[in-house]
Design a protein around this ligand. Sequence first.
Ligand SMILES: *Cc1c(COP(=O)(O)O)cnc(C)c1O
Length: 417
Amino acid sequence: MSDKFAFAQELDAQDELKHFRSRFFIPQHEGKEVIYLCGNSLGLQPKTASEAIQKELNKWADYGVEGHFVGEQPWWQFRKPIKPLLAEILGAKPTEVAIMNSLTTNLHLLLVSFYNPQGKRKKVLMEAGAFPSDQYALETHLHFRGVSPDENIIEVAPQKNEHILQTEQILETIEKLADELALVIFGGVNYYTGQVFEMQKITQKAHQVGAVVGFDLAHAVGNVKLDLHAWQVDFATWCSYKYLNSGPGGVSGIFIHEKHHNKDLPRFGGWWGQVESERFLMKKGFKPIPDADGWQLSNEPILPMALHQASLQVFHEATMDKLVAKSNLLTHYLYEWLIEFAGEHIEIITPKNPPHRAAQLSIFAKSKGKELHQYLLKNGIITDWREPNVVRMAPVPLYNTFTEVFLTAQKVAEFYK
Ligand SMILES: *Cc1c(COP(=O)(O)O)cnc(C)c1O
């Protein structure tokens, strides 16, 4: 084992992203840095976060309402330099991105514009076992629109005794629903299994049958390489507090493909979506900004946006290409070492290889799953527990190391010894 430990240390020494770890606060346990494998749930705090907020607090203290108009990033246009940073991560044009609200709120707003049940085309296709908030949003939204959720939400589930969905299965279901299918709304990455869905193929097939396609990217953004514009995805939303490290409850965002910007889509509007030249005229008549900003309702929440910006700048420096390359290796080693050291006690239900998995492994414990999670916690390894028997581990390329991944696999083995 010591050979392998030396090898892990060697991988860390060669890691060209290694200096990014020092840009984050790492929580402590008994005087030592924890091994934090929960970046899929709440990403760690960039050290620039408090400075970013303090700057805006100072501006508020010094200028009051004038803060909307002074400084290099006046509040009334605070989003402008942030959007290109986010667009980079999404594979989008800055005009296709708006920063607003929270994820579930945005899901509802996007459904207002993109769920258009007509005649027999009413059905919505989702992955079975989607995150509960998404299930509740779809159920209540359809109900509100006078469409029966029981009859019209179709869930595609893994085959018997399997944990993951075959892409073929998803595509066949879309083809079968054909002209009854109004909308496909899928996760980019399933929160429970860590499976990365083939978003481009799903989008193509759904468009072939005339359906609209949206993705919930909560677990995908900042984790997998996205190319939403080129893939022709109609819309998407996400949260910023998981892989994007923008703080608990951080501000969400939406993607609206450019092809929809000049359509007269139904929407719930607000003054911040009004064309800028007329926003302050306080006149009747909603004229939306002809891009994703036209969906923004309210003026910007400056403090959460300052946090978001501080974190996105780190991503910009690291680049998604390099992050994904390291992530693939890091998770690969976690996988290999877990199987080698503790393979008889666990089953990893996440697909083994990219592009079907990213920075998360879901470990199904054949026995004593909850105790395993507790044991790791007691030993300063933070993972997360999901009923009925899964420990999720997310090695994040910005701040996790090969040595940490090695030590984690070793602790799992030690627990079962
Ligand atoms: C984390 C997560 C959410 C959380 O929704 P909020 O509105 O941010 O509380 C919703 N959906 C998915 C798929 C998630 O992973």
